[in-house]
Design a binder for this molecule. Structure first.
Ligand SMILES: [Zn+2]
Ligand SMILES: [Zn+2]
Length: 315
């Protein structure tokens, strides 16, 4: 890499993550992943009830949009203005994805943009170099290894706006409760609907554990795959890419090269056929009058950001 500036100490909080929540980081990253691996052979014998599938899909969509529309496009990048109920709802919905409390998520992600693919980026796959072995290590680090780092991004530096917001403070502090609801809530619903322990268990397994694991890996792929392989039609200072294969499950976040070229844009999938469910959701909020000042991309701006053929992509 050309840029090897060390991350300034001031980027980090002066305290490490407490060992107890840190243990939960391990638990919530690893247990759902084990469930996901177990799910495939188990599904043969069990089948999957419509209730389990409906709960899993519903929670997947709500929590993913909470992250992509809420945590990412709204809270991190300010790509639109939201009314108070929508602001709170987005913070709650994003928390249900179990990717960390809202202020941690936003602070880490703003740091990612500040140092994208350079020293100081919390999750660059290029961290260890460009050899095949370094990239395998880098992929693991960018995908999920980085979340096991106990040092915390300084919220005073990277998320002062959210620190000053009492509504968001309440949602941030409620993260543990929201996590319990998100993981165990489906089991309660499944148990009550089927009036059986087995129904409670399968709903917990599919809509709690497996759903969280799938959404984790899709979200983490934006950090790993979308900085590693794919197309770079826009000029960004980093190695971000567009990966069409992940467009639908990631709710449009895998048009990641455009996102790094134009971080405040409310739409990431700007080309023909580039499906962006998050942008569609923001459009709906705008139509309902809940969101305004939406930063929609313009033809002129996109033309300016397009990579020119004579120009090598960011090294
Ligand atoms: Zn990125
Ligand atoms: Zn971003």
């Amino acid at each position: 890499m050309t840029d090897t500036r060390p991350a300034p100490r001031s980027d980090f909080s002066d305290r490490l993550r407490h060992p107890v929540p840190h243990l939960f980081v391990y638990a919530f990253a690893i247990v759902p992943a084990i469930a996901l691996v177990a799910a495939v052979p188990l599904a043969w014998g069990w089948g999957l009830t419509w209730l389990d599938a409906g709960l899993a899909l519903g929670l997947y969509v709500v929590s993913m949009l909470g992250v992509t529309v809420g945590f990412h496009r709204y809270f991190t990048h300010g790509s639109f203005t939201a009314n108070r109920p929508l602001r709170i709802a987005l913070a709650v919905a994003g928390s249900l994805a179990v990717q960390g409390p809202v202020r941690h998520w936003v602070a880490d992600h703003r740091r990612h943009h500040a140092y994208a693919d350079a020293e100081g980026d919390p999750h660059s796959p290029w961290r260890y170099g460009t050899s095949p072995a370094a990239l395998v290590r880098g992929f693991w680090h960018a995908h999920m290894g980085w979340i096991f780092d106990r040092s915390l991004t300084d919220q005073r530096r990277f998320a002062p706006d959210l620190l000053a917001d009492p509504d968001i403070d309440r949602v941030h502090r409620g993260f543990t409760v929201l996590t319990i609801l998100s993981v165990f809530g489906p089991g309660v619903v499944g148990g009550l609907v089927t009036w059986s322990w087995w129904g409670a268990f399968t709903a917990f397994f599919w809509a709690g554990l497996v759903r969280v694991a799938v959404s984790h890996h899709v979200a983490w792929s934006t950090n790993s795959i979308c900085h590693l392989v794919g197309e770079r039609p826009y000029r960004a200072r980093d190695r971000s890419t567009n990966v069409w294969l992940l467009a639908v499950p990631s709710m449009g976040e895998s048009w990641h090269n455009l996102h790094h070229a134009d971080p405040t844009s409310a739409r990431h999938g700007v080309g023909r056929g580039e499906i962006d469910i998050s942008a569609g959701t923001i459009r709906l909020f705008e139509k309902l009058g809940w969101a305004w000042n939406v930063r929609w991309p313009t033809e002129k701006r996109l033309a300016k950001l397009a990579a020119r053929p004579d120009e090598p992509a960011a090294a």
